[in-house]
Design a protein around this ligand. Sequence first.
Ligand code: ATP
Ligand code: MG
Length: 137
Amino acid sequence: IERTLSIIKPDATKRNLTGKINAKFEEAGLRIVAQKRIQLTMDQAGKFYEVHKERPFYGELCEFMASEPVVVQVLEGEGAIAKNREVMGATNPAEADEGTIRKEYALSVGENSVHGSDAPETAAEEISFFFSGLEIV
Ligand code: ATP
Ligand code: MG
């Protein structure tokens, strides 16, 4: 059984969308096996998104992620990484399919409500960035 790291981003926590987004995950058969609300420092946001540090939107992305609390969570299920990305929809909400989280809730390509790991290696790294083994049940 696979696990992936999900983040409910500041634009969504601010609009009280945590429950609605979690309902989408659960309806898709993803189990929330760990979850906490935290506020990232600029340093932590920068480290988490280090792979994007050469991209023009890196600074803006880090400031956004540190601007308000986020909900970080571990989702578990068969093919959880791909399934989560399917439920999230395309990065740009204008290109996201009907019924996806980003189609329904995202504000823009930057403020797009959710993050999800993109591969098994990044999922493992991102889960251990936020959670110890004892916190995942
Ligand atoms: P995530 O990694 O958050 O799950 P993703 O894999 O769909 O999203 P990436 O290409 O990894 O998208 O980009 C990481 C994040 O950077 C995006 O979710 C978005 O918040 C932000 N981002 C991506 N492209 C842009 C852009 N052109 N302008 C502003 N922000 C962007
Ligand atoms: Mg990504």
